[in-house]
Design a protein around this ligand. Structure first.
Ligand code: PLP
Length: 451
């Protein structure tokens, strides 16, 4: 039995997989927030690169990966598929557990899979500068490296509280040459108006998005980029599942269950869509599980409505499972999972019953993360520990039922820059957060009924 299954560089996929082609019920279209009419590609052109807008709206099943991007993928792809034998043994489960190790990328997570093509298409169009926002800094770090290799200027609006409290990813971004700005800033109208009212405002992802979008919208040589939620981001991440498909074949097994942690949906889509295709097209009896924090449970307890992508209300209206754009999640350590909504494709798949969801309390995720670290050696990102917690639940269920199951999950990143979170867990200074139905109603009742 192989501990890990490696592919050669020429087996890096040549195309991304677009699941929209195989969906019976297509996702609903985004709407212009002012007119409530279906958004056109031209509406988005001041903000996003043209080729990315085309991918966002595409119904083609396969989309070619540019050779320049495949060349750069070679820095760390194909990533290993690893059999978690240590974890299996510790659990005493008959289940076979496999993980796709996306933590081996230079930035430590899957986000580079989309940052590289996004920078590439902007460069090809002649764009000079990119803007984006970042919370904990994972997306900002990925885009900093991608902008550096494609020689694009980059402005990253980083939530001020993270800028001050989580300096290491800021330093990574600066090492790759990005201009990192604490948000709210004095550079934009959005930032200035917030600082005028509240000079000590510590920032939010919503404010940072507003600043980054504003800077892109007012300069014809600048475009905005986003690291999750949108269809083209999920599309780029399918390299994860496409490689896994081949690697599972080499292992001589087929997954009964596929698991990914869930923030906006990009790594979950990446690992699962190529397998979901077998379920939709070939009727395979495969279970696909999204694992989200119990304190930010958009897929399990949110409403399916049109909502904004940011908290200020500048983005198009997207049809999504959402907790409302005003929802303020508890300050959990899995910063990448604290987003209020789910991407539109995943939302439709959820509505159609094609995927399952588990909401996991914070302490269970770190317990799972520590067990994984002690059995497989890798300290997982706080986000990834959600997937591991779900895998452990399913592996123990298999043990109870005495059935052999094959479980595949995406290890979206390592946690080496998130050690303060582990420190709080280890010193007993971490808690679960209860979220009442009333709290959820507060930010979802006011959503306009447009579905
Ligand atoms: C950003 C991030 C996530 C969450 O984003 P998705 O788009 O839902 O994948 C998960 N894990 C890691 C390591 C991240 O950096």
């Amino acid at each position: 039995m192989l501990k890990k299954i490696l592919l050669s560089e020429n087996e890096i996929p040549k195309q991304w997989y677009n699941i929209v082609a195989d969906m019976v019920n297509k996702p609903l279209p985004p709407l212009n927030p002012a007119t409530k009419e279906v958004l056109s590609a031209e509406d988005l052109e001041p903000i996003f690169a043209k080729e990315l807008i085309q991918q966002e709206m595409s119904q083609d099943r396969w989309i070619d990966i540019p050779e320049e991007v495949r060349e750069l993928y070679k820095i760390w792809r194909p990533t290993p598929l690893v059999r978690a034998t240590g974890l299996e043994k510790a659990l005493g489960t008959p289940a076979h557990i496999y993980f796709k190790n996306e933590s081996v990328s230079p930035i430590g997570s899957h986000k580079l899979n989309s940052a590289l093509p996004q920078a590439y298409y902007n460069k090809k169009q002649g764009i000079k500068r990119l803007t984006t926002e970042t919370g904990a800094g994972q997306w900002g770090a990925a885009l900093s490296f991608a902008s550096s290799v494609f020689k694009l200027d980059l402005e990253v609006y980083m939530v001020k509280v993270s800028y001050e409290q989580k300096p290491y990813r800021r330093m990574m971004m600066q090492t790759w040459g990005a201009n990192v700005i604490a948000s709210p800033s004095n550079k934009t109208e959005s930032g200035r108006s917030i600082l005028a009212k509240d000079p000590n405002n510590s920032g939010s992802l919503g404010i940072a998005i507003s600043e980054a979008v504003e800077m892109a919208a007012k300069d014809p040589d600048t475009r905005y980029t986003l690291g999750s939620v949108l269809n083209h981001v999920s599309l780029h991440q399918t390299v994860i599942g496409l490689e896994s498909e081949k690697q599972m074949e080499i292992a001589g097994e087929y997954p009964d269950i596929v698991v990914g942690c869930f923030g906006g949906g990009s790594n979950f889509s990446g690992i699962s869509f190529p397998f979901l295709r077998h379920k939709i097209v070939d009727g395979k009896g495969i279970r696909i599980i999204a694992s989200e924090p119990a304190s930010c449970p958009k897929l399990s307890r949110g409403k399916f409505e049109y909502d904004f992508g940011d908290s200020v209300g500048l983005t198009p209206l997207l049809p999504m499972y959402t907790l409302g754009h005003d929802f303020q999640p508890a300050d959990i350590h899995a910063g990448g999972l604290r987003y209020h909504g789910a991407g539109t494709i995943v939302s439709q798949l959820r509505k159609d019953g094609l995927i399952e969801v588990q909401a996991i309390p914070q302490l269970e995720t770190f317990e799972a993360g520590q067990l994984f670290a002690n059995t497989e050696g890798i300290i997982p990102a706080p986000e990834s520990t959600h997937a591991i917690a779900t895998v452990i639940r399913e592996a123990l269920k298999a043990k109870e039922e005495g059935v052999q199951k094959n479980i595949l999950f995406c290890l979206s990143g390592h946690g080496l820059i998130d050690m303060t979170a582990y420190d709080q867990y280890l010193t007993g200074n971490m808690s679960n957060y209860k979220l009442t139905d009333e709290e959820i109603s507060k930010t979802t009742d006011s959503l306009e009924k447009l579905v």
